[in-house]
Design a binder for this molecule. Structure first.
Ligand code: GZL
Length: 323
């Protein structure tokens, strides 16, 4: 028995000494821990955004602590406090509305944790609460929607159009800036009258509800629907058809996001224009988080490239959207 024990002892000793001398191929440094608070799952866009972030984290070897706020700001604030308690390396979040973040972001700053804004912005007088905003140029999206409408009215030779706007979540960055961009684009054109702006909260159900209200109120005097996202547009279209109108023909339909379901409706001619708002921000987020952890400088604002899909082009050539 003693001989056997001696052999085992020698084997373990050799193995131990060999490992001590070996170059550590795996860093002992733990991977970056990123805390991300997502707004919810209100749209195909949001679901696609979440999937893209999760995929990018996995591909980057970044440990993702993910919290879904289910459309409640208080849940996002609680998630940020949880990330602080866990001492994550970087915090990122998509703020559901622009106001009300100063206190919790002061806490993150005091904890020495950098914060990245994803998709949406915050409104604050303090300049040093966040390191970077990664998200669409919503003003440009709205402006491009307005520019499309001007071209469409020109091509149809219309003297005047009544526009009904179905907006996204009030006080959210995309709602504020898409509205501002659209109104600025059409401001100088006397043919354009906005007859009502109504809050649809980016939700399909509210898009349907608002469209019923608009049809009951204005009937066939509505010439244009400008909807801040595809979900609300997809809720509105069946209501337009139920009322006996042909979307895309009797009413010009303009939307934003560019998810597959809406692109298919565009291809069917029931939507005239969709301004792309890409949810694919994951790689930009991971690269920025890694730079912040490494103490490298990052840009204060990063806008992804975006395009316009419309009946001015051969929509059959639009590639699969992936969300
Ligand atoms: C835009 C994003 C918006 C989408 C909606 O970046 O904030 O929120 O346009 C989503 O679909 O609800």
């Amino acid at each position: 028995m003693k001989r056997f024990s001696l052999i085992i002892f020698i084997a373990f000793t050799v193995a131990f000494l060999t490992s001590c001398g070996k170059e550590n191929t795996e860093s002992d440094e733990p991977g970056l821990l990123l805390g991300f608070s997502q707004i919810g799952s209100e749209s195909a866009w949001r679901i696609g955004n979440t999937l893209d972030i999760e995929t990018a984290a996995e591909q980057s070897g970044i440990n993702l602590m993910f919290e879904n706020a289910n459309q409640k700001q208080e849940n996002q604030i609680a998630a940020i406090r949880k990330f602080i308690a866990y001492k994550v390396d970087v915090i990122a979040f998509s703020p559901i509305v622009e106001d009300g973040w100063d206190n919790v972001l002061e806490e993150a700053k005091d904890a020495g944790i950098p914060v990245i804004l994803v998709d949406r912005d915050i409104s604050t007088d303090k300049t040093d609460l966040t390191s970077c905003l990664i998200g669409a140029d919503f003003y440009r999206e709205g402006y491009m929607a307005g520019e499309y409408l001007i071209r469409k009215v020109d091509s149809l030779g219309l003297d005047h159009v009544n526009i009904a706007e179905i907006t996204g979540t009030v006080n959210s960055t995309p709602m504020r800036q898409r509205q501002a961009g659209f109104m600025d684009a059409i401001a100088g054109d006397p043919r354009m009258t906005v007859i009502e702006s109504i809050d649809g909260d980016f939700l399909k159900s509210r898009g349907a509800e608002n469209m019923r209200h608009l049809l009951e109120t204005y009937g066939d005097t509505i010439d244009v629907i400008f909807s801040h996202n595809d979900e609300m547009t997809l809720g509105a279209i069946p209501e337009i058809e139920n009322a006996g109108f042909v979307p895309g023909k009797d009413m010009i339909i303009i939307s934003i996001d560019g998810g597959q379901e809406a692109i298919d409706v565009l291809k069917a001619g029931k939507i005239n224009c969709i301004v792309e708002c890409t949810p694919k921000l994951g790689k930009l987020l991971m690269d920025t988080a890694a730079k912040l952890k490494a103490g490298e400088p990052v840009l204060s604002v990063i806008h992804p490239e975006e395009q316009v899909f419309s009946d001015e082009q051969d929509t059959s050539q639009i590639a699969p959207r992936g969300y």
